[in-house]
Every structure is written in C-alpha cells, then in structure tokens.
Design a binder for this molecule. Structure first.
Ligand code: PGA
Length: 242
C-alpha cells in the first residue's frame, strides 16, 4: 500500500523568528509544486507564529517540538495543546530522545502527551529508538498504552536510533526497515493489523540530501524526521524532493 510520506523538520533549539521568516521565504518557492509528500516544519515555540504566518496557504504545515499534557494550569514554562491549535499548529513531536535524555521524559509522560495531542486533533509524531529491540518494544508498548485504535487515527511514529541522531551516522535502509517492522508489530498488537498497515513510521537520524533517496525508497519507511539538515532551505528542499 502506498501512503503519502511525511517529511518533517525538527529544528531543535535553532533559529529566531526573523531567521524563521527568512528560511520560509527561501524554502517555499523551492517546494511550491511538490505534492508527492506531506511537508511539516517544527521550529522552537517562539518561532511558531512566524512560521504559521509565512506558510499560510502553502503546502507546508507547522508543528511544535513538545506540549504539556494538561489543558491549562500552573506549569511555568509549559505550552498546552489548545495554545498550539489556536495559533495554527497541526503537528507535534512527542518523546524525542533529547527530551528523554536531558529532561527526564519517561515513557509514561510520552503516553500522557500522546493522549493529549490525539484528543486535541493534533498529529503526534511519537519518537522511539533505543538500541535494543526489547527497549524499542517497551517504548512502543508504553507510549501506546490505553490509546484506542479509534482515537489513534492521526498517530505517526518516528524511529530514531539514538546513536544516529546528530552524529552523521545513518542506519542502513535495511536496518531501519527491520526496526520499522518491529514497531509496526507493536502497533498491530495495540491497534490491530489494519491500523498498523496504514501507520506512517518515519526514519530519523542524520538524514541528509545524500542518503534521503535510499532511505525513502524502502517500502517500510514512510517518511523522515530531519534535524541538522533541515536548517538550510536548500538542503531540506533537496531531502523533500529525494
Ligand atoms: P539529525 O536529528 O537529523 O540532526 O540527526 C534528527 C532528530 O533528532 O530528529
């Protein structure tokens, strides 16, 4: 079955609003007639409004890199689902390995955030990607806990092996495919085979213009989550057009 691939940019803690506008003014014309893949850019919170304004009416969506699971409350420094929706975000990254590693985000927190995003109608991009298959399975199992297949409709999963993130080392298409099969198996257990077959599983970890085509040619790989190489408009456009 062919699914529309999703090519998503994760800018991490790079770029201010002015740089965000500059990026889109160069990037949008490069991908203006590109309809084969869905394109989403996830900048830091402070850039989201500028990104939404710049991309209005274009073929590029905007997502956040995180959200809080509560609707509102006394949570200094946090951002809620309705705030993201209100300004025009459509996607949100959840459980990125940097959040797990540096900010103590647990599988249970990932699960809460996933449920919050789905409830709000945001498209969650849930990141998993530990070294061993056991841990990878556990990450999926706990992220998907108590999420019904009916509610999970928009779910996207990103497989990002921790050793490949920001290192320049990329998983071979074969290795990534094998991990995607494991993730799809867990999704089938949680949501049923039909859902799992339709689930988009992205690969992330040092995706670059030079390796995008080989990775995206794999049947099991339904898109990419791109960090470093998404910061430059030409480089990201080349990846989108792999
Ligand atoms: P990278 O980051 O492309 O710079 O390896 C990917 C990610 O962390 O999402």
């Amino acid at each position: 079955m062919t699914k529309k691939k999703l090519i998503a940019a994760n800018w991490k803690m790079y770029k201010n609003p002015a740089q965000t506008r500059e990026f889109f003014r160069e990037f949008l014309p490069l991908v203006a007639d590109h309809t084969r893949d869905e394109i989403v850019v996830c900048p830091p919170y402070i850039d989201l409004c500028a990104a939404v304004e710049e991309t209005k009416g274009s073929n590029v969506g905007v997502g956040a890199q995180d959200l809080h699971w509560e609707k509102e409350g006394a949570y200094t420094g946090e951002i809620s689902r309705s705030m993201l929706l209100d300004i025009g975000c459509t996607h949100v990254i959840i459980g990125h390995s940097e959040r797990r590693q540096y900010f103590g985000e647990t599988d249970d927190v990932v699960n809460l955030k996933l449920k919050a995003a789905l409830e709000a109608g945001l498209t969650p991009i849930v990141c998993v990607g530990e070294v061993t298959e056991d841990v990878l399975r556990r990450q999926c199992l706990r992220a998907f806990h108590a999420v019904s297949s009916k509610k999970a409709g928009r779910l996207v999963v990103a497989y990002e092996p921790v050793w490949a993130i920001g290192t320049g080392k990329t998983a071979t298409p074969q290795l990534a495919s094998d991990a995607h099969i494991v993730i799809r198996g867990e999704a089938a257990k949680a949501f049923g085979q039909e859902f799992a077959d339709k689930l988009r599983i992205l690969y992330g970890g040092s995706v670059k213009p030079e390796n995008a085509k080989a990775l995206m040619s794999e049947e099991e790989i339904d898109g990419a989550l791109v960090g470093g190489a998404s910061l430059d408009p030409k480089s990201f456009a080349t990846i989108v057009k792999y």
